[in-house]
Each structure stands twice: as C-alpha cells, then as structure tokens.
Design a protein around this ligand. Sequence first.
Ligand code: PHE
Length: 508
Amino acid sequence: MFATMGALGLAPTAQAAPHETPFRAPRTGDFHLTGRAAARVVVIGGGIAGLTAAYELGKAGYDCTVLEARDRTGGRNLTVRGGDTTTDLQGTRQTARFGDGEYMNCGPARIAQWMVTLDYCRELGVPLEVFTNTNADAYLYNESAGMTGPQRHRTAKADVYGYVSELLAKATDKGALDGELTADDRERLTEFLKDWGELGDTLAYEGGERRGYTTVPAAAGTPGVPLGDVPTASQVFSSGVGRYFSFEFGFDQAMLMFQPVGGMDRIPQALTRAVGTRRIRTGAAVSKITDTGGGVSVIYTQGGRTRTVEADYCVAALPPNILARIPHNLGPGVQSALEAITPSSAAKIGLEYRSRWWETDHRIYGGITETDQDVTHIWHPSYGFHGERGVLIGYYNYGSDADAYARLTPKGREERAVAAGVKIYGEKYRTELASSFSHHWRQTPYLEGAWHNTPGGPEALRYKPLNEPAGRVHFAGDWLSHTDAWQHGAFTSARRAVTALHTRVLAS
Ligand code: PHE
C-alpha cells in the first residue's frame, strides 16, 4: 500500500534522483521480440551528446558510426596534460609542458550531485573525487573598491553577514517590521540573526572568531590572535565583497561538487571505449548532410579524402554555430533556428608551479579566488594536495575578457595573468611558475564557442525545428537543453533524441 501511495505521490518513494522523465535505454530485446532490424545511425559530433547517443543506441544493437571532426573525442570536455598540442583558428600552436600527473580541464571541471553526469560515471566506472567549488580560506579581491590586498572568503562573509544581521535585527527591534511579523516571529527572527551574524546582546556586530586569526589558537598559552580591526558597515558594503556569496546557493554550483579522478576527459574516454573505437572516425569533418527521404547521406573528408556514410537516421550532435555552416537540405526553419543561437567566449590558463605555495604559504587547499580583475576566477587544484607541483587555473573568464586574452600570444597571456595574480598572492605567483597553457573556446576549430546563447530559451517556438526531427535527422546537445554549458545538458538531450529515434524505429 505504501508503494502504491508513493506512486500516486502521496508518500515518499525510494526513487533517489528526481529526474523528470525516467530514461529507458533501448534494449536488444526491443528488436528480436518484435522481429525488426536495428537501424544504421550516423552520429555527427563525438562530444558528450554524440557519444552518449551512440552508446545508448548501441545497447540495443544499432549500427552507429560517429564522425568527429577533431582528432579526439570529447568535444568541449577537454583535459590537457604534458605533451598535448593544440592549434587554434589563429594558427597559434601550443604544447603543454605540465609534469607527470598534472592536468587542466579546459572545459567542464565540476559536477553537481543531481546531475546525470554522475550516473554515467557510475555506469562507466569513472572514479570520482570532490571538487572544491567554494572554500572559506580562498581569497576575494576587489581592486576597484580600493582593496590593496586579498581578503579571506570567511572574513568577508563574517563581516557581510554580521552587518546585514545587525541592521535587520535593529530594524526589527525599532518596530520597522511590526506590520510584517507577529511579536513571536520578531523574537524568532532576532534569535536567528544573533546567531547568523554573531551579534552581541546589544545586537551589534563586533567581529569574532569567524573572521579568522593572525595566530591560530593552539596549545595552552596560545589562545589565538584574532584578525585586526573590524571594518565599519560602510566599509564592508563599499568593498563589494558581498556580491560573491550568492554563487554557492546556485542549484548547479552548490557544494559538494565532484570531478573524475585524473581529469574530466575520463568520461569521454570511457564512453569512447564503450561505443568502440571502430565505430568512431576522428579527423572526419562533415561537409554535407542530405535527407534522402528513405535515409540520410552524410559526406565528410578525412585525411584529404572525401567519403560518404549512408544511414537510416542521423543524430546531429555538433554545435549549432558549426552545423549552420554545413550545407544541408533540412529546411529553412532548421537553418534560421541554428542561426538564432550564438556562441559565447570563455577561456582558461593553466599555470604550473614548481611548488604548491598556495597550500604551504596561504593554507588554501582547492577552491576559488574571486576577483574583479580580467582574470575573473582563479582556481586552486582540487587534486594532488601536498604534491610537488600543481596547476592553478590563472584565469577562467568569459566574454570580452576571454576575447582580450585570446588576442595575445600565449606568453602575453601568461604575463598578464601573472601580473594580476601577483597583486593577490605576491611574488611567488611569478617566481615559482614553471609553465603555462592557455585555451580559448571561440578560437577552437570545430567548436568555436564555450557555450551558447539561445534567445528565448531552448523551447521557444523558433527552435521547434530543432527540438523535433527534421526528416530523419535528430538534434542533440547541451545547447538544446535547459542546462546549457553543463555535460548534464548534453547527456539528457542525447537521451531525449535516442528515445525519440528508438520510439520511431519501433513504430516503423
Ligand atoms: N558549467 C560552467 C561552469 O560551471 C559554465 C557555467 C557557469 C554555467 C556558471 C552556469 C553557471 O563554469
């Protein structure tokens, strides 16, 4: 009875993940039980969406061929290690010099617990570890607000929460909220604020241990020396540090978050193995897509030779900005929808250091320093703690900041990123540097974007031609999901296309 109530939504059920449409992967039984033959499918794009489509369809015995224009699968899921070489659209060639075991995730780098990405990691045996997305000991730095050095996240938070609590508690005390709250509510609110903001009995914020210490508490005789002067409320608000604290509330950014051990590309590597490398053609750039009515014909070039794949169906799992430039006969609705979606810039630089001075000197183990500099975010590595070397992400920036760095040489990018970091961390940011590697998505061949801007959202009427098949071509990608710029979007979009395709094949 309890289970029945659960199914009716009247009692909690054992179902853990609240994923709206439960996905049922195609099975071989779907075919031999109905006397049908599995169809041939050509998948364009070997990123997360394309690989997932081939992987899921492959479970039922579909004959899939994946065409990937780049020399490796994964798409924007790109991990760079020592020896890896890239050439961007400007012709800039870089080879990473990172030491053994060191890497940078140029694209996706964090996974929330609710994301389907983790289900694929479980299914494919990709080991995980915690990714530290927020860290009380990482820094905040707002130069434009007059900060001359960094502040710990915890210190800024204590001050901001403290003064906001003080003001609200005093307003409540003066009767400003009498129209909103009962006397009991006001008392409870005040109790909460005293605790939340570490207020004294006079409802004043006067600092406290949450801000941190110059000498930490230790043995008897060392009670700890609290951080110096507590700033005034006015100073705290004008520093602008409060703007950073809503980030950790985000549904997609809240701790705990995770990363694959050894690099994010463990995911496409595992998918690639599961699909079978014989089904995947890399260096295969598509030049024409034709729906022939009874099938799909895809022309591509590989190693200077032009070839054709004939299939019953196609899953187009490549970026919309790239697909828009490939001749096809899928209709003007498809084309104008593709053209309405525009790619965005984002970039990262990996700075490899000879020592992990951020751990030894600053006591920062993972997490992100937030800045108002053009480097935007500085990431401390969430792996290799206490190791000899380490790779910081010296910038993770977007839009015009990413574009400005893209215009520089790799050396110029490094110098500019290091100059910003020195202001926050001091000279070791320069003197301990061993090597760097920078990556810009707008300048990356066959991708030309970090993520996409889809005016009106993916379900706006103008994108209808992409959310349903165009003849025998189905579309998939994070850019067609409500979680653009996350692998979760690519996985779920691929599942949606697989379900639509398989349902259609079973009905044909
Ligand atoms: N998923 C990317 C990241 O976590 C891009 C993104 C940033 C998406 C912030 C949503 C919010 O960096």
